[in-house]
Design a protein around this ligand. Structure first.
Ligand code: SAH
Ligand code: ZN
Ligand code: ZN
Ligand code: ZN
Ligand code: ZN
Length: 439
């Protein structure tokens, strides 16, 4: 509709819901200069998942505050991370025949608890290998708006890990990348000379059943909230502290549902934590990072991280119908890696259809032709793009220049002028619903 919502961000003194401090938004109504500000949950886009709402100028009574605190307490997980660690230690002592996993509660069961779950579906004989791959054991969360979990296809995960190792990193801060984390931790526990370690930060508390407190922190990446408080903060800080040669990189694959500014602000805080732990004068450096996100968010990400570039590599997923490589008629994944490392150092596999452009000094999709006029390899989606002399840039092969809109667009687009930039790509001339990036 007209108007819209804008995020103002995490502000000091914000009220909390079960997902940590709420974010401040402003509701902009058409024709009104100043919108009304309100707080809403930092984790859930869907009111069904968390209905926290409070006007910024609203007076909240003591009774309501107390009720809210009570509510927040009651909506924490039933076991603490510490308790889950204890449970895990007991679980691995059990013989295979007594190791059960309740599929309904998504929980490892100790024999004393079988009774309570007797009407639930469960898996038995949970092996050590299964415990090392919790992302296979747990059902991916499928809530579209709040927490859709799209797990890396094995070859993308392996590619990322190989890349990280070849770049000389020994520590990975895995923010919302449970599958990468588990690949690293699993190798570390099995291969003696494997030196890489990972710390997983994720809002999915189910992972606390499988990882120690120095391997997993319950974390909200939209408001940089550590549910484990100061102790968890300290775990993260410690992990970021680099011993000689133990270079660390932040790798993240956030939900695509938007709020780029909230994510960016949290990542900046994690980067700042890294900087603070940096004892030996790397003060001007930025913490190395891979931010995995669709290519049509490029301009939004660069707004917050001007030093980043987008790498042509297409990240594939196991459980995403659109983004996975099929055997035939394969669909191209729109998901890319954004990084502050020099693109020339990111080597992409020839056998998967990438080539090195010696002019751009970076690896690109083989279909990404070097444009003489732009003097760069301009395609974002891997297909060959064409140059528009009027727009003075390369555009998608399916686009044509529209004199009405004064830009290139799909031939059957409806010419319409809107002043505000599109939510997805930031460009003027269309709204989010008709964003050409999404077509
Ligand atoms: N491709 C990744 C998973 C990406 S899915 C992999 O295979 O490892 C997005 C991940 O972000 C999920 O693990 C999800 O639990 C987590 N997540 C979603 N919302 C979050 C939030 N607000 N804070 C932290 N993590 C979140
Ligand atoms: Zn909430
Ligand atoms: Zn080039
Ligand atoms: Zn061009
Ligand atoms: Zn044009």
């Amino acid at each position: 509709g007209p108007g819209g919502l804008a995020l103002l961000g995490a502000v000091p003194g914000a009220p909390s819901c079960p997902h940590g401090p709420a974010l401040l938004f402003v509701k902009i109504s058409q024709g009104k200069e100043e919108g009304r500000r309100f707080y809403a949950c930092a984790a859930c886009r869907d009111r069904k998942d968390c209905n926290f709402f409070q006007w910024e100028d609203e007076k909240v009574s003591e009774t309501r505050l107390a009720a809210r605190e009570e509510y927040n307490r009651n909506h924490q997980p039933s076991f603490t991370h510490r308790q889950n660690v204890e449970r895990y230690k007991n679980f691995v002592l059990l013989p295979l025949s007594k190791r059960r996993f309740c599929q309904e509660c998504q929980q490892l069961l100790l024999p004393a608890e079988w009774e309570k779950h007797s009407s639930h579906q469960f898996l038995c004989d949970i092996s050590t290998a299964q415990l090392r791959s919790p992302s296979q054991l747990l059902d991916p969360l499928e809530n579209k708006k709040t927490n859709a979990q799209y797990l890396f296809a094995d070859r993308s995960c392996q590619f990322l890990l190989d890349l990280i190792i070849s770049l000389g990193f020994r520590r990975v801060l895995s923010v919302g990348t449970p599958r990468l984390h588990e690949m690293i931790q699993s190798k570390a526990s099995q291969e003696e000379d494997f030196r890489v370690r990972s710390l997983l930060l994720d809002i999915d508390f189910r992972y606390s059943q499988f990882y120690m407190e120095d391997e997993f922190c319950h974390y909200n990446m939209f408001n940089h909230h550590f549910f484990g408080g100061e102790a968890a903060h300290e775990t993260c800080r410690k992990f970021l502290y680099q011993d000689k040669g133990e270079r660390v990189i932040l790798v993240t694959d956030p939900p695509f549902g938007g709020l780029v500014e909230a994510l960016a602000s949290s990542f900046k805080k994690l980067m700042a934590m890294w900087k603070e732990t940096e004892k030996q004068g790397n003060a001007n450096q930025e913490m190395p990072m891979f931010w995995i996100f669709p290519y049509f968010f490029e301009s939004r990400i660069l707004e917050f991280f001007p030093s980043f570039s987008m790498i042509d590599y297409q990240v594939d997923y196991d459980n995403h119908a659109l983004y996975k490589h099929g055997k035939t008629g394969r669909r191209q994944s729109p998901v890319r890696i954004f990084t502050n490392l020099s693109p020339s150092t990111i080597v992409l596999p020839m056998e998967e259809g990438y080539r090195f452009c010696s002019i751009c000094q970076r690896y690109v999709s083989s279909g990404n032709q070097h444009c003489e006029i732009c003097d760069s390899c301009t395609s974002k989606d891997g297909r060959r793009w064409k140059h528009c002399i009027v727009c003075k840039k390369c555009v998608k092969p399916s686009w044509f220049h529209c004199n009405n809109c004064n830009c290139c667009a799909l031939q059957n687009h409806t010419c319409e002028k809107t002043d505000a930039g599109c939510f997805v790509c930031g460009k003027a001339g269309h709204k989010r619903s008709t964003c050409p990036s999404l077509s």
